[in-house]
Design a protein around this ligand. Sequence first.
Ligand code: KG4
Ligand code: ZN
Length: 360
Amino acid sequence: MAEDLTVLGIESSCDDTAAAVVRGTDVLSSIVYGQTALHKDFGGVVPEIAARAHAEKLDHCVEEALARADVGLDQLDGIAVTAGPGLIGGVLSGVMCAKGLSAATGLPLIGVNHLAGHALTPRLTDQVAFPYLMLLVSGGHCQFLIVEAHDRYRRIGGTIDDAPGEAFDKTARILGLPQPGGPSVEKAARHGDPARFQMPRPLLNQQGCDMSFSGLKTAILRARDAVVADAGGLTIQDQADLSAGFQAAVTDLLTEKTRRALNIYLADGPAKKSFAIAGGVAANGPIRTSLQQLCIDHDAAFIAPPLALCTDNAAMIAYAGIAKLSDGDIDDLTLSARPRWPLDDQAAPMLGSGKKGAKA
Ligand code: KG4
Ligand code: ZN
């Protein structure tokens, strides 16, 4: 039974080295070593630096996860690892580490799709019944998924260019606010007037659930340049007003597209109506409140897992591994790392997939 299985999860697909032990739906430990400091001078994640740091840290991370969980290798039922999508060097580091452990212990090896990890988190935290609608909204990805089973997903829309988190980060950079941009733009926007700078709402009135965010950063750049040309620089109030205008546009876009996604999901008549969000942008107060209100209007439950399980972590990988293991769906030492691995291979490929297409 899935609830009795204890699995070690390993995650290294972008800039977080993570290991966790999960038993059933109990997170016994979840360790995340971030790499923000290593990449901060480069304006983005440098794949080679990330891969090297993962290779150096993974062993310690796994040891710490086992120690915190007070679980020995002999008490595990399997080893789950992110096998994609992500930055290939990082994914390879994790896969090699997991293969080594599997070969040494004889434990089953389970290759997990990172996006499945995010998408199944509402079941780990809230035991949400299938099918549910999921909005995955992070620094690298933005997509609507109808989660029908642990291995069956329908992708009904997503960004055609930047992910919202990426747009928040770029906006912060343009406005001279600290990284990561999401929290600092949200903070600045609290004292801002969203009506002072009218921002575009790309694709808002276009049919379907696809979204576009790249035009927003251009609009912010133009608005900033106009203020600087006029006044010689940005005041704190200018930063606040620009942040508020930007955040209002993202909130409107996500809310309207979620309304459409909910209608598609509800048209199938699910027994229990549930909408879940995950990813770093799910931490944003105004976005969260607006989506929550939308769920109230549609009589659907709103599920937002705790932030530590919304952002990249290995507990979600261990949990997705448990779902596969209990189905007997395991890999062997030929498991390969996949930089691209769509959850729904029936869905049309997107034009763009966010921050270098790597992080989810
Ligand atoms: O899920 P995450 O930790 O990493 C991945 O991208 O996988 O998400 C990080 C992203 C960053 O772009 C960050 O700026 C954004 O989430 N973010 C936020 C907030 N907190 C983090 N965006 C908007 N508002 C926030 N409060
Ligand atoms: Zn992710």
